[in-house]
Ligand binder design. Structure first.
Ligand SMILES: [Zn+2]
Length: 152
């Protein structure tokens, strides 16, 4: 029987800066569009008129479990351009999972011994906040519990 213990939390953290160049701005300034900075960036050039704005970066922190062969879950959330997915086999048997991202890219863990974990990083370059869809399924192993953690 699948048992889902959910401890998911969304939320927003301040602190990412970006340029808002006007359509009439020079090439150098327009090239800055879409880039994000952790620290407030300086002007692109002397007399630069570009606005620099700070916006919240959406964050994700999901912890959940899957139990038994083919148990699966779909997580949809907004986050930054990079997420980390950790799969940990809580045991008692060997097991492995497959992770699908946006129904297009997938990665498989190796056949994990109880207590072992594997970490996967996914990146996607698009406008923030980035919408993600992560599907995780236990692909091998019977009656083991896998914990997945999604952070970004
Ligand atoms: Zn300029």
């Amino acid at each position: 029987m699948p048992k889902h213990m959910s401890g998911s939390s969304g939320g927003v953290q301040p602190g990412y800066w970006h340029y808002l160049p006007k359509p009439t701005a020079c090439e150098k300034c327009r090239a800055m569009e879409g880039l994000w900075f952790k620290e407030r960036p300086g002007p692109v050039h002397p007399n630069c008129k570009c606005e620099v704005r700070q916006e919240p970066m959406p964050r994700v922190g999901i912890v959940n479990t899957l139990q038994g062969f083919e148990d699966h879950a779909t997580e949809k959330f907004d986050a930054g351009q990079k997420i980390t997915v950790t799969i940990r086999n809580l045991g008692p048997f060997w097991a492995g999972a497959r992770i699908w991202v946006d129904r297009t890219k997938w990665k498989s863990t190796s056949y994990l011994k109880a207590g072992k974990s594997e970490v996967f990083v996914f990146t996607k370059f698009s406008e923030l906040p980035v919408p993600w869809e992560v599907f995780i399924i236990i692909a091998v192993g019977d009656n083991s519990t896998l914990q997945y953690t999604i952070q970004g």
